[in-house]
Design a protein around this ligand. Structure first.
Ligand code: ADP
Ligand code: MG
Length: 262
């Protein structure tokens, strides 16, 4: 379990997060959604202890402040929203950066396996900087997957914390990656992903937290949280959701949306 209580973040004098409670369980894909600038990335960066925060954060029952940095690296992999590289690395070199000392066996085989998982087989010796934006994003994801390859180690779940992992991917690769995250959760790991696409979220997430104006305004199972009122309030436009009888899966109708402030 990852639990964050009363998380407040200030940047300079500006309060960005105003006391957020957030929880994610292993075995589930937990999505964080909300409008631009609402605090999703800031929340993720607090949970990964990359920026100063106040409150309480526990990872698998232990205070995050009690972890040594190498212990934390062994228990969770983090994909930032934008990751650039200043040097001309090949793809396999980038993926190998995710291999921590805790990984046993053939490391190159693992890096190539991770590339296959994200649909980049055969890209090993290409230069990272020569890949498209979506390919670079998937190479970074392969790096993070390598870091926490086994979803459960010594009975403890490991975690993927991902900031918009499919934001620049086409629909086929979005599905490939989301299925890969679902599989990680199914095998006992935990997945927390900031998501931009509400319909994709409704399709693959188990739980969702809506962040708006630096607060968590709703959280729980997808079919409860993704409702007309919560979404319209969060995104400041009139949104209509629906549930087709066959699949029972919630979806949002962009055609029925209306801007509140023309
Ligand atoms: N380094 C920073 N300095 C000043 N303001 C920041 C900084 N990082 C984020 N913010 C502000 O905090 C708010 C939340 O940002 P962010 O968490 O990145 O939003 P989201 O990921 O939901 O789009 C925004 O208003 C943003 O401008
Ligand atoms: Mg963001």
């Amino acid at each position: 379990m990852i639990e964050a209580k009363d998380i407040k973040v200030k940047i300079g004098k500006a309060a960005i997060l105003h006391g957020i409670n957030f929880a994610a369980e292993p075995g589930k894909v937990t999505a964080i959604v909300g409008p631009n600038g609402s605090g999703k990335t800031t929340l993720l960066r607090a949970i990964t202890d990359e920026i100063p925060w106040t409150g309480t954060i526990t990872v698998n029952g232990k205070q995050i402040r009690d972890y040594k940095s190498w212990e934390l690296a062994a228990v969770r992999g983090v994909l930032p929203q934008a990751a650039t590289l200043a040097f001309p690395f090949t793809v396999i070199e980038v993926v190998r950066m995710g291999l921590t000392s805790g990984v046993h066996g053939n490391k190159d085989a693992l890096a190539s396996q991770a590339l296959a998982r994200v649909g980049l087989s055969g890209y090993e010796d290409r230069f990272f900087q020569e890949l498209s934006g979506g390919e670079q994003q998937r190479a970074h994801l392969a790096r993070v997957l390598c870091q926490v390859w086994e979803p459960v180690v010594d009975g403890q779940p490991r975690w993927l914390l991902l900031d918009e992992p499919v934001a620049s991917l086409d629909i086929g690769h979005q599905l490939l990656i989301m299925r890969c995250l679902q599989d990680y959760a199914k095998r006992g790991g935990g997945v927390i992903a900031v998501m931009h696409d509400l319909n994709l979220t409704a399709m693959v997430a188990d739980a969702v937290t809506i962040v708006a104006r630096g607060k968590a305004i709703a959280q729980g199972p997808v079919h409860e949280v993704l409702n007309d009122q919560a979404l319209s309030d969060a995104y400041d436009c009139k949104l209509k959701t629906n549930t087709p009888p066959m699949r029972g899966m919630r979806y949002i109708l962009p055609q029925a949306a209306e801007a509140l402030h023309a």
